[in-house]
Design a protein around this ligand. Structure first.
Ligand SMILES: Nc1ncnc2c1ncn2[C@@H]1O[C@H](COP(=O)(O)OP(=O)(O)OP(=O)(O)O)[C@@H](O)[C@H]1O
Length: 430
């Protein structure tokens, strides 16, 4: 990850360039599946989905995810290195144990499934010199147990046979993604204690057996996701090489999620910066600079540069203060919104700016400050829905609010009071 926008001396950098092209089309059809090596029609195995990699449909997924810690790049580096090191034929796999099995776990909507698929795409590109193509195989674990109740273990066995068939071609990297893996690998101990039916137990046994078979295929990576790690069988957890907790984003990441969503709305011209003093930040290079020429220091490039530089040197509030001193500038308002949203999932946060526009504005295009006022209203509603959860984080929110007010006082800033009260103006800011 490049964290220094000033760049690197080329002589200090070891470049590893991989050329690739996207496979067209979205997911598989029955005929595509047969081409991919699975001898089953749509009705036979709807729980298995194959996508050729690198896929255009996954382009951008990696960059759309925002985390406070560099979780994706850490996992990518680790997996790339392990896959490369393990290609060494001298390694005795009975002595050095590695299952190529990763588990992403955490609360719902935190980007686990997206990260799993984006990781598969990146690995296919990074390992391009070892594998000529990649296949993403997705298993919908929930569908296996619900539809074929009583026959789950048989179906699990068939699904893994299909994956093994795909992996026959050693130059194909097969990335198997199993969502909600706890459904297929529920704790056998708990099941027997509670006299639950044997179907789930047999399915767990089958998964464990299949994983032991896949372990010997150097071209297969298994990435699982779960919201309920505590219900997973210990034997499965014991086989996992990397367990990565994927948390809800904190304020800084939320700020970035909102920022990129709002920039996208500006790019699509659903939001437009206005000459209103509340809107003076130019958020995107496509927005004509002449509109806000006198504020050109705040252009996107400059903004990003300052943010990227400051991000790693100063705490968050200083970063934002550096960017814009006015308390009601868009960046300040987004920051305040972000601080209120700590505890919400990435899925909810990604939805909020667009939802706000649809629900709380009534003309097109909207001014940026109107969009931000709408966002604030949408957050109020969302927080009300999540009151029990918000109770838990209330204390930290209050602290952050106080901190913000103290900051303003220290900066010698007075709260902004609009001269004309716009109907959509965010009252919480005045
Ligand atoms: N950290 C994040 N940064 C940006 N967007 C996110 C983040 N987390 C989730 N999202 C958004 O939410 C959407 C849904 O995420 P995804 O389905 O990958 O979450 P999940 O953790 O697998 O959820 P679940 O556990 O409910 O299956 C993503 O497509 C993305 O738009």
């Amino acid at each position: 990850m490049i964290t220094d926008v000033r760049g690197f001396d080329i002589s200090d950098v070891k470049l590893d360039v991989q050329a690739y092209y996207f496979q067209e089309g979205d997911h598989d059809s029955p005929s595509k599946r047969r081409t991919a090596g699975i001898d089953a029609d749509e009705d036979d195995m709807p729980q298995l989905r194959v996508t050729m990699l690198p896929s255009r449909s996954l382009n951008g997924a990696w960059d759309s995810l925002v985390f406070d810690d560099p979780i994706p790049s850490r996992l990518l580096k680790f997996m790339t290195r392990m896959m490369t090191l393990f290609r060494n034929p001298a390694i005795n796999s009975s002595v050095i144990n590695w299952n190529r099995l990763m588990l992403l776990h955490g609360p719902p909507g935190t980007g686990k499934s997206t990260l799993a698929k984006a990781l598969a795409q990146k690995l296919t590109i990074r390992l391009g010199k070892h594998f000529t193509q990649g296949k993403l195989v997705e298993i919908n674990a929930q569908a296996v147990l619900s539809k074929w109740f009583g026959e789950s273990s048989k179906l699990v066995g068939r699904m893994f046979d299909a994956v093994l068939a795909l992996a026959e071609e050693e130059t194909t990297l097969v990335c198997l993604v199993i969502d909600e893996v706890e459904t297929l690998t529920s704790s056998r101990e708990k099941a027997s204690n509670s006299n639950e039916c044997g179907d789930a137990v047999r399915a767990t046994n089958q998964v464990l057996t299949a994983l032991d078979q896949l372990r010997h295929r150097q071209n297969v990576i298994v990435i699982c996701t779960s919201n309920l790690i505590e219900t997973i069988d210990v034997a499965f957890l014991d086989r996992v090489d990397i367990k990565q907790f994927v948390p809800c984003p904190r304020a800084e990441a939320i700020f970035d999620i909102f920022r990129s969503s709002i920039n996208e709305l500006i790019r699509c011209e659903l939001l437009v910066p206005s000459p209103d003093p509340k809107d003076v930040v130019v958020w995107h290079p496509r927005v004509p600079m002449k509109v806000h020429y006198e504020h050109a220091w705040e252009t996107d490039a400059c903004w990003r540069k300052e943010f990227a530089e400051a991000k790693f040197i100063f705490p968050l509030h200083v970063t934002i203060t550096n960017l814009n001193h006015r308390p009601n500038s868009p960046s300040r308002r987004v920051l305040r919104a972000a601080k209120r949203c700590v505890g919400l999932s990435g899925r909810t946060l990604r939805r909020l700016p667009f939802l706000a526009l649809a629900m709380y504005t009534d003309r097109e295009p909207c001014k940026v400050y109107e969009g931000l006022a709408a966002l604030s209203r949408a957050i109020d509603v969302e927080l009300k829905k999540n009151e029990p959860m918000q109770e838990r984080i209330k204390d930290s929110y209050v602290d952050e609010k106080d901190m913000e007010e103290e900051e303003l006082e220290e900066d010698g800033e007075r709260p902004y009071t609009p001269t004309v009260q716009h109907p959509y103006y965010d009252m919480t800011n005045s």
